[in-house]
Design a protein around this ligand. Structure first.
Ligand code: NAD
Length: 360
């Protein structure tokens, strides 16, 4: 039976990078007879322009029916001044929540060819391969109550809530342990248990889950220390598991260790490994329409999709190998360019990956 992939390019550079990722996906589909059927729809600002909301009900229904979703990025200045509840980013939060995509996997891998692109010394980052597992559908981004209230003295006070249930913590901890088990067998759980009640429960539940994984070495770290350790000695980490807010910040920090956010894919999975795959970066309005965005994070998101939702390890390996070969050829988009390399645009980079994959 064919497998349905829903393509949601989004806004800004989204359509440009997605066009290249789709070329790679279509070639892999033919070359390895994967049986994928692709369909396209809109999300974010593009959906606001078409439907008046950032995620139309029919798009959500198509995403539910699909076996996996490939997304570009959403948002841009055009929609920054509209009502908060229907901004492009709300569409993204809604699709993640409605599809139950609680497990966000964000690898930070430094391709040896790009060691010069990192802002850290090459010896600190060479060979870096970290996986950050971020809880994606709970915590402070979704917690209620939230809002702005008036205090007795007439001043306004804004407030958010950071709730985590044992079930939410247990299921993301399991994802962390499962990933560590097939990698370096080390899991670091990051929290703020010295201050936050939610973090105290987090730590307690992670300890309970650890009993099922005696082969994985568990450690705990406060988030402020983790932020420091990531730039001091990032290779001490194998897998990091953390909550929604801390994971958002730490994964962006980790991404810069690798030189460019334009290289980093992500996967967001539900309990059955149905997933949505997207680059870690946003819609980059500053370079949209110029044909210079790096499409590799989106292309690598395709490989994560083959690996995690469809267990197609050979095809996933082939896409990653094709990306590595293109970097070997010295081809670089502007964000990862360094002296001696050849600067190419979005389309040329996509074409080069397609050519490398075809020849494998
Ligand atoms: P951004 O990730 O879009 O851009 C940050 C910087 O990185 C910019 O200088 C940009 O040019 C560069 N960059 C990003 N992706 C790149 C690529 N593939 N190739 C080359 N350079 C790249 O973050 P931002 O500027 O904070 O946000 C811009 C918009 O994107 C906002 O509307 C924001 O809400 C949205 N956003 C969306 C997502 C998402 O869709 N998942 C994530 C983050 C931000």
């Amino acid at each position: 039976m064919s497998k349905q992939i829903l393509i949601l390019p989004g806004d800004g550079i989204g359509p440009e990078i997605m066009a290249e990722a789709v070329k790679v996906l279509e070639l892999a589909n033919d070359k390895y007879s994967l049986g994928f059927e692709l369909s396209h729809d809109v999300i974010g600002g593009a959906a606001i322009d078409k439907h008046g909301v950032p995620l139309a009900d029919e798009t959500l229904a198509r995403a539910r029916a699909a076996d996996a979703v490939l997304l570009g990025a959403v948002g841009g200045p055009k929609w920054d001044t509209i009502e908060r509840d229907i901004r492009p980013e709300r569409g993204l939060l809604k699709i993640r929540a409605q599809l139950g995509l609680f497990g966000n996997l964000r690898p930070a891998i430094l391709y040896p060819q790009l060691a010069d692109a990192s802002s850290l010394k090459a010896e600190i980052v060479a060979g870096l391969d970290i996986l950050i597992v971020r809880e994606l559908t709970g915590g402070i981004y979704f917690g209620a109550p939230r809002g702005v209230r008036e205090l007795e003295n007439g001043e306004r006070q804004a407030y958010d809530t950071l709730p985590y249930s044992e079930t939410e913590i247990r299921r993301i901890a399991r994802v962390g342990f499962d990933m560590a088990r097939v990698r370096g067998k080390k899991l670091c759980s990051v929290d703020k248990a010295n201050v936050l009640a939610s973090s105290q429960l987090w730590r307690e539940v992670v300890e309970q889950v650890a009993k099922d994984y005696p082969d994985v070495e568990l450690s705990h770290m406060y988030v402020d220390n983790a932020a420091m350790q990531l730039v001091r000695a990032p290779k001490q980490f194998d897998v990091i598991v953390t909550d929604n807010l801390f994971g958002d910040i730490l994964s962006d920090e980790a991404s810069m260790l690798t030189g460019s956010i334009g290289m980093l894919p992500s996967a967001s999975l539900d309990a059955d490994n149905k997933g949505m795959y997207e680059p870690c970066h946003g819609s980059a309005p500053d370079i949209a329409g110029k044909g210079i965005a790096n499409p590799l994070a989106t292309i690598l998101s395709v490989s994560m999709m083959l690996r995690y939702s469809f267990n197609l390890q050979d095809a996933a390996d082939a896409i990653e190998k094709a990306v590595s070969l293109v970097l070997d050829q010295g081809l670089r988009t502007g964000d990862i360019w360094s002296a001696g390399c050849t600067k190419v645009g979005t389309q040329e980079m996509g074409d080069a990956v397609v050519a490398a994959l075809r020849n494998l």
